[in-house]
Structures are given as C-alpha cells and as structure tokens.
Design a protein around this ligand. Structure first.
Ligand code: BGC
Length: 394
C-alpha cells in the first residue's frame, strides 16, 4: 500500500495550513500557548519507555507537567492518556482517569480507556457509507456496525511524538498517517493531535487532518473519568450538566434514528445539574437500549463557536471537570459495558460505571444521515477542531 513519507507529510500539512480554510462546521481555535519549534525535554515534559510492541517497536510515555502539580501521562500507542492527576478541594492530587499500568493490558483488550479515536468516533451503521456515488465498506467491529475507527483504529496505532516546551505547561504533538483504504476509508489522511497542558490545569486537545481524496473524519478523545480518584467506586454520585436541549435517540444497534428529541421531561435532561445515577434506572426505552446513558447530546449553539458543553462535579472531593468544545455533539457514556473483568490501576477491578466518558464529536452515523452536520473532508481543506478539559474544585 502507498505510504506518505514524513517529509511529504510536513510539506503537505504546512501548505494546507498556510493557505486553506477550515472544514465546514469547524471553528478556529483559541490562542495557542507560545511554543518553540525545537523538540525538547524540559522540567515540564519527561520521556520514558512504557513498553514494547510484539514486533519490537518501543512505546514511549511522555509525562506532561505544569507548575501547579498536574501531571498527564500520554503514551505513543493510541495517543492514550494513561494517568491524569487533579487536585481535590484540599489540594491533594490524584489520578482521575481509568487506565492500566502496563502495555500488555492495553494490548489485551482496552475498552478505549484514554485513547484517541479515529477515523470516526462513534458508530457508522453497517460499516457502509457513500461519497460522490461510491460506496465504501468499513471494518465492522460492533455487531454489524463500525465503531471508533474499526478493528485497528487510531487507538491501536503508534503515533510519532514531538514534545515542545511551553512557559507554564507542556505540549505534545502526535502525528499519524492513515493510508488510503485503512479500515476501508478513502484517502491518505495525515492527522495531528496536539495535547497542551496549560499552567492553570487545562488540557487542550487540538485535532487537525488533511486528506488527498474526499473522505469522512470525526476524531475524539475517550478518557473515562472518575473524579473520586477511587476506581472501585461507581461514578453515579457525580453531578452532571450538559448544555443540550436535545439528544439523539438510537435503535437497538445504538445508531441514531435521525430524530433530535427534546430532553425536557426525560431522564436525558441535564440542563440543570443532576446526579448521574438519579434516573439511570428509570423505565425508559432509550436507557434500556444503552444499558444506561450511551447517547449523543445535541449541544446548544455557542455564539463564539467554542464554549462549555458539559461539567461534572464530585461532591465528596470537590473536583470539577469542565469540557469546552467547538463540536456540535457530545457522547455521554456512563461506562455501562465495564463488567468487573478488567484489573483496576490501584487495585480491585473496573466494575460497571467505574468511569464516564464525555466524547466531543459530530453526531454518530453522520455519513449516512444527510440532516446531520457534515463530516466530509475534501482535499485542500483542513479538519480542525478543539476540545479543552479543565479540572478545578469547588
Ligand atoms: C460507546 C459505547 C462503547 C464504548 C466502548 C463509547 O464511546 O458509546 O457504546 O461501548 O465507547 O468503550
């Protein structure tokens, strides 16, 4: 298969960035932190070895640190965030994302803990879609459907990493070239994901991509949070706010039916903060289909194009997570399929609802649903979208 050399990638990427506009529905990012162009290690970013792939490839770990004491571990396998510490109301830092201690556990079966997801976050019905009259068949890995990029999505590939220095935090650029036909998708896709840990406990995730053929793209980050820091506890005591007046009901395969259903008067209403567990057991057809919450919410339009989409609060520790994005949707997944078979990082096992995900994205199955915002990327355009996770206390 045809591969794109890194030098060519840089050239194409630079040209495209210099010249061409953003993808439809994608808004420009906020001001970036000042960076230097030379790859380097500093007090704020430390490289170590995490493990070795079966073919001998080394998997590196980069620890991003800021002056406040936050640390984020990112590995080059899947761009996975394996550890992310955040302060509680007494200033005590603890890991708040589910993960594993060693590479083998990630290779043996990772339910997307901490991973970068692509080319398409969420499901595409029956693994098929058409572009310009041509039908593409994708790998199916969720019954008859395609989920999170297929059998070997971006969560399972090795990313090239470039650490960069920053005044108060740390920056890690990850790049990957997905070749034409990978998992069934058209076009060579050059992807760059930049993790920026700021001096004030925000982690910005900037996603960029360019293609040489029309294709579809929908990237996201799949961290499972448990703000208690105790992964043997369920997250149902966390309070959740979602800035969404509607959500996308699904069918039995968790594919959106196409309806945008108002949340008002349903267990899906998080427009006023409420405990995640309050209505999760309600007699509701949609909750039964998802075995809990596993749906995409339609975010209320932000005038600026970038705003607060969701926040979660853990009363006992005082930890607050805020999620800001320019994406039109957010998948709230309440960890329903965790079943107590995976070993937890600090002892015990990951039980059902030991973590929750807030995955910013375009709507599931958009390639097959013309009424949804477009996920199409054309040659000459740059896919560019940003999500920021902010950890504070109250
Ligand atoms: C999906 C779930 C899926 C999970 C896998 C989530 O993004 O919505 O249905 O089981 O990822 O970890």
């Amino acid at each position: 298969m045809k591969t794109v050399q890194p030098s060519l990638f840089c050239f194409v990427f630079l040209l495209t960035l210099l010249n061409l506009g953003c993808k439809e529905n994608k808004k420009e990012s906020q001001t970036d932190m000042e960076t230097e162009n030379t790859p380097m290690e500093s007090d704020h970013i430390v490289k170590s070895t995490f493990g070795e792939m079966p073919d001998g490839t080394t998997v590196d770990k980069y620890t991003l640190k800021n002056a406040m004491g936050m640390e984020v571990d990112v590995i080059t396998y899947g761009g996975i965030i394996t550890r992310w510490t955040a302060p509680d109301k007494n200033g005590k830092y603890d890991d708040v994302v589910l993960g594993f201690d060693d590479l083998k556990s990630y290779l043996d079966g990772n339910p997307y803990f901490g991973a970068l997801i692509g080319r398409y976050g969420n499901r595409i019905a029956k693994g098929k879609f058409s572009l310009d009259g041509q039908t593409y068949t994708l790998a199916t890995n969720d019954g008859e459907n395609h989920l999170h990029g297929g059998l070997k999505g971006f969560d399972k590939v090795i990313w090239a990493a470039t650490p960069k220095s920053a005044d108060e935090g740390a920056i890690l650029e990850l790049t990957y070239t997905s070749v034409d036909g990978e998992e069934g998708y058209p076009g060579n896709l050059d992807v760059k994901v930049t993790y920026t840990l700021t001096g004030d406990n925000q982690l910005e995730v900037l996603y960029e991509a360019v293609t040489d053929k029309p294709t579809v793209v929908n990237l996201t980050q799949h961290s499972y949070f448990n703000l208690s820091g105790d992964f043997t506890q369920s997250v149902l005591d966390h309070e959740l706010f979602l800035d969404a007046d509607a959500y996308l009901p699904v069918d039995g395969g968790l594919i959106p039916t196409g309806e945008l259903r108002p949340v008002s008067g349903t267990p899906f209403d998080f427009t006023t903060s409420k405990v995640m567990g309050k209505e999760i057991g309600a007699d509701d057809e949609q909750l039964k289909l998802g075995k809990g919450y596993d749906h995409c919410w339609v975010l209320n339009e932000e005038e600026s194009g970038f705003g607060l989409a969701a926040s979660a609060f853990h009363p006992a520790t005082g930890r607050v997570l805020e999620v800001y994005t320019d994406e039109p949707g957010i998948q709230f997944y309440s960890g329903n399929f965790l079943d107590g078979t995976l070993p937890a990082q600090k002892g015990g096992v990951y039980g059902q609802r030991a973590g929750f995900c807030l995955e910013t994205q375009h709507y599931p199955d958009s390639p097959n649903q013309p009424s949804f915002p477009s996920v199409r990327l054309n040659p000459g355009e740059t896919y560019k979208t940003k999500t920021t996770f902010r950890l504070t206390t109250k």
